[in-house]
Design a protein around this ligand. Structure first.
Ligand code: HEC
Length: 160
């Protein structure tokens, strides 16, 4: 009698665990419930309207601005990505961003180039691809809107 009670307990435990796992993992890919905040580092879908500050700044600060900032640009092709003005005017092959034309924007070409290519960006082996790349492409296609007051800060200078 005692033993059957404990196996019922284990059975109930297992059922509860499966229900928990299913409810947390079973939501279909690509559909973000309205209550779920947009995650710019691991976005699950391309937003209807790309808002630079919300959708790209956090990702680009981590992935690009650690090297492409006013202090370190000198050793990184001269490209400073801290402000839209800087991003549009600095760099050996400026402008890196051609609003409306992602295909001809160096900013996109370096992301899409093979990891072995000398100007593959970011230089680390982890490329930016999938939804994150699609968001960058859409942002440039829609005019690379980036308000003047929005300034990217290199992660080295983030408040700790
Ligand atoms: C670890 C440092 C580092 C990081 C991080 C980095 N870059 Fe670079 N970037 C460089 C260096 C170094 C060069 C020059 C490469 C060369 O020409 O050989 C460069 C060159 C470039 C160029 C060419 C600029 C020109 O005018 O010639 C672009 C565009 C660029 N990077 C974009 C990016 C983007 C976008 C990111 C983020 C996804 C990024 N980079 C992340 C170091 C970095």
């Amino acid at each position: 009698m005692k033993r059957s009670f404990s196996s019922i307990g284990i059975l109930i435990g297992c059922l509860a665990l499966s229900a928990f796992v299913l409810s947390h993992c079973a939501s279909p890919r690509g559909s973000t419930p309205a209550s779920e905040p947009f995650d710019p580092i691991f976005p699950r879908q391309v937003p209807e309207t790309v808002i630079f500050e919300r959708d790209l700044k956090p990702l680009l600060e981590i992935e690009c601005v650690q090297c492409h900032n006013h202090k370190d640009a000198g050793s990184n092709a001269g490209l400073n990505l801290e402000t839209r003005h800087a991003a549009m005017t600095t760099g050996l092959h400026a402008p890196a961003i051609r609003p409306g034309d992602p295909d001809n924007s160096l900013f996109v070409q370096v992301l899409e180039s093979d990891v072995d290519h000398p100007t593959s960006m970011p230089p680390a082996p982890d490329k930016i691809w999938g939804v994150r790349l699609a968001i960058i492409r859409k942002w440039i296609r829609d005019g690379a809107v980036w308000p003047d007051h929005v300034r990217m800060v290199r992660p080295q200078d983030w408040a700790r």
